[in-house]
Design a protein around this ligand. Structure first.
Ligand SMILES: N[C@@H](CCC[C@H](N)C(=O)O)C(=O)O
Length: 269
């Protein structure tokens, strides 16, 4: 039996999307990792499985390239929003979010950011606006959870950081019991940030939607920017707005690359 999938992306952060709303598709860590493998599988940063939901229009399950199931993915939320069209509610492990597909891309209401040290989560109590932590030149990040955990470092030049070396060290530090997504950002102007992300379970990606949300919120909390910013990632720009006390709104593109199928038996659950 062959299982159909769509290959989609948001600013080059790419996904295999399996629509299992009508026909269930078993997914495990092992199977997700095998499908996401770029050498021997279909290849993607994240594998997305759409299932029926009791609470929303659709349930979106997110598996990282390493097969781990996680709570949130901003770029995949826009891709799913594009796929569904119009306005939709999407149930994720990180909470209920809302998408609206329009002429200028897809806007997603990503919900409320969380800043409690237990909510990031961290291993022990500390001030999440200025974590007293450092790894070589990367120091004092902001901790924020936007459905998934992020550490945001503000640096003079995000492009100069050796993120492929420092990213995995920080991701796996015991201070982050659920590991962490590592963001390095530079302030370009009062409403403009430059960002690179080492993603938990996926490594360096062309773009990370939740990373852009976390970084924008971190910059706003530190009063480095206004409440609406453009975030430039290697794959292109996202617009992030966070009204005082409200939820985070992310707007940007999403695209369908191709449709294909894989042999069920080649990727055992
Ligand atoms: N690419 C995503 C984030 C995917 C999940 C992340 N790697 C995690 O483990 O939390 C995005 O666009 O947000």
């Amino acid at each position: 039996m062959r299982i159909p999938f769509r290959k989609m992306h948001g600013l080059g952060n790419d996904f295999v999307v399996i629509d299992a709303r009508e026909t269930p598709v078993a997914m495990t860590t092992r199977r997700a990792a095998a499908l996401a493998d770029r050498r021997t599988g279909v290849g993607c940063d994240q594998l997305i499985v759409l299932e029926p939901s009791q609470a929303a229009d659709v349930r979106m399950r997110i598996f990282n390239n390493d097969g781990g199931e996680v709570e949130a993915c901003g770029n995949a939320s826009r891709a799913v929003g594009l796929l569904l069209g119009g306005t939709n509610s999407i149930e994720t492990l990180g909470g209920l979010i809302r998408s609206e597909a329009g002429e200028d891309g897809v806007t997603v209401d990503m919900g409320l950011p969380r800043f409690g040290w237990q909510e990031i989560p961290l291993s022990y109590a500390m001030d999440t606006l200025e974590l007293p932590l450092g790894w070589e030149e990367l120091e004092n990040p902001v901790g924020v959870n936007v459905g998934n955990p992020h550490a945001v470092f503000f640096v003079p030049d995000a492009d100069a950081v050796e993120l492929e070396r420092l990213g995995p060290i920080i991701e796996n530090d015991a201070v982050f019991p659920e590991r962490v997504n590592v963001n390095v950002a530079s302030v370009v102007g009062p409403d403009h940030l430059r960002l690179r992300v080492w993603e938990r379970g996926a490594g360096l990606t062309r773009a990370c939607g939740t990373g852009a949300c976390a970084t924008a919120v971190a910059a706003m909390r530190r009063k480095l920017t206004g409440r609406k910013v453009r975030v430039d990632l290697p794959g292109g720009p996202l617009t992030i707005a966070w009204p005082e006390g409200g939820s985070i709104e992310m707007t940007g593109p999403a695209a369908l690359s191709f449709e294909g199928s894989f042999e069920d038996a080649d990727f055992p659950a």
